[in-house]
Design a binder for this molecule. Structure first.
Ligand code: AMP
Length: 223
């Protein structure tokens, strides 16, 4: 079987991380761990965690580190992530979270970090038109809706606009990305762990670029 991987996918909101993480997770047979998906599921089910994080998600602000770290720590302790690895999507989101992740994984480390890069203009266009399946999380765009009346092509669920894909929350999230998450690119670059991949193009083209980037990194001595 193909070797597993411990990978972080960085990128602005709208870069296509969610879609590409699903593909990568299937390709490398590892779990896709998305903190945003975990928080949204908690809000939907009105669990204690959901009640705690709802207002952060609605406003586009970051959930406090101790809450986020507890969720990630628990997930990375499962047998699947321990044995095969994982693809982290939406975490870490700040240099502080990257340091906490390093401590959590010690003595092992990440295999690599990919920055899926798109220009801010493109991100804005994608986020404004983005629609998601409320059941399975599949992602659509108003320019390419599901076949039947906003019902998901995969599962038939209702396809809607995310609560935080409003103008104000989008602006807030992109601001936070520049302030908190963009410095992570330098952080991982300085440690020789970062590879940048162009996020423009079709889903298939970007998926191919990503697997090529991973395979090249491995050939050069990564895991
Ligand atoms: P995402 O789907 O990654 O855009 O995340 C949606 C929302 O979940 C964010 O706007 C934050 O409110 C919260 N969130 C997700 N990941 C993190 C994280 N690593 N740290 C803090 N908040 C997060």
């Amino acid at each position: 079987m193909i070797p597993g991987i411990r990978l972080v996918l960085l990128g602005k909101q709208g870069a296509g991380k969610g879609t590409q993480c699903v593909r990568l997770a299937r390709h490398y047979v590892v779990s896709h761990v998305s903190t945003g998906d975990i928080f949204r599921a908690a809000v939907r089910s009105e669990s204690e965690l959901g009640k705690k994080v709802k207002h952060y998600l609605d406003s586009g602000d970051l959930v406090p580190d101790e809450v986020t770290l507890a969720i990630v720590g628990e997930r990375l302790n499962h047998p699947d992530t321990q044995s095969r690895g994982f693809i982290l999507d939406g975490f870490p989101r700040s240099v502080n979270q990257a340091k906490l992740l390093g401590e959590l994984l010690d003595p092992v480390n990440l295999d690599m970090v990919i920055d899926l890069h798109i220009p801010t203009e493109e991100a804005l266009g994608r986020l404004n038109g983005r629609r998601v399946c409320s059941t399975c999380g599949a992602i659509y765009h108003v320019s390419k809706p599901p076949k039947y009346d906003w019902n998901c092509d995969n599962c038939g669920g209702e396809v809607v606009q995310r609560d935080d894909d409003t103008d104000d929350a989008i602006r807030r999230r992109l601001q936070l990305y520049e302030a908190e998450t963009a410095p992570l690119i330098d952080y991982y670059f300085e440690r020789g762990m970062l590879v940048t991949v162009d996020g423009l193009g079709s889903t298939d083209e970007v998926a191919e670029r990503l697997t090529e980037a991973v395979d090249r990194h491995r050939e050069r001595g990564g895991r």
